[in-house]
Design a protein around this ligand. Sequence first.
Ligand SMILES: [Zn+2]
Length: 448
Amino acid sequence: MPVDLVLNNAKIYTRKGIVEAGLAIDQGRIFSIAKETNLPAASEKLDLKGLLLLPGVIDSHVHLRDQQLAYKEDFFSGTAAAAAGGVTSVIDMPNNKPVTMSPESLRERMGIAEKRTIVNVAFYSAFPRDLGEIESITEEGAVAFKLFLSQMIGGLDIEDDDALSKAFDKVSRTEIPIAVHAEDRETIEKATAGLQKTGRRDVQARLEARSPEAERKAIQRTILLVERTEAHVHFCHLSSAIGLNAFLDAKKDGLPITCEVTPHHLFLSSEHLKRLKTLALVDPPLRTQKDLRALWKALKQGLIDVVSTDHAPHTIEEKKADSAWEAKAGFPGLETMLPLLLTQVNHDHLSLSTLVRATSEKPAQIFNLKNRGCLVEGNHADLVAVDMSQEYEIDASEFYSKAKYSPFDGWKVKGKPVKTLVDGKLVMDGGEIVAEPGIGQVIRRPKS
Ligand SMILES: [Zn+2]
């Protein structure tokens, strides 16, 4: 019996380095990686003409919206954006309308996603009001919980350390991670009130209200909870040198913690915020050049586990309010992350192994997405073929995301995702989506 598909003439990124070979796919899985003469007969062949073949990006921080927020993004537009950006699996955040915070709301979201996605989707849940539901939410298939410390989303009172401790303890027994948005609510609210009293409404005020100190405080508070409960905490979007150091200090003590940075905190500083105004508004905010350097250094040293987008689409009207306090934080990122990082690889500023580790291998490990994240026999054939020599300008007006703007609009990049395969099926070819909605799978937490 011939296998379903053979990809010929590729440079394949494997654990042993890059090999010039072909890759055979059968029933959605990698059947073998071998020199052309040793590959099995195939029903279909695709010549990759020397393209670099990487494990598809696993983006563990994505707001796909849909439901009552479908005007910002929906499962189709968001996962089409993912496919265009070389992303084969995303993990969807729970701050939706309705909030994902119960077995029922999770099941409903999964049901909608099943019919509409182009890439694979796994789900976070917020904490339920009744902590007894933590188990049923994980049974339903959530791969992680998300805790926002800057505002209350979900059913858990974030001022109540005892309640947090109980919740962490319960989750630690399910062995799934808790992703934490670490910015201290009280610090932010006090600073905000002070700034508003003086009549400030400029974008710089939003930056001042969310200081690195607010980040450090929330990280340290979370770390105390980890020490008590041994829950695995994954810190989202570390943005400042101060926050990073608080994380690294605790990591040295051997705590079960991991962290993420976003491309915008790696590439953009408060100078960009000054120029781009509320369009570049994001939480936590863009910081100083010194912070950027600290994040890059840690990434290159292998101290940052994950790079993910925090893809957070809003309408352009929501981004542009007269008062910066009213403008929505966040912007799309799925179609820009891989090209931005590949450009750094092209400039010898980042190694390809660090890129693949932070965007595929580690997210698969941390969120327990079984048989994904690296190219070995038996794994899902989630792949992206990139053209390392293609130079182009990012054009946000051509995004698949409903949010057709970006702080990276107009940036020159070198290195482009040109083919994306999800479970062995071609979903993006030369920038075009070539698959029908529903081809992506809902990834559920493996049953224990
Ligand atoms: Zn987010």
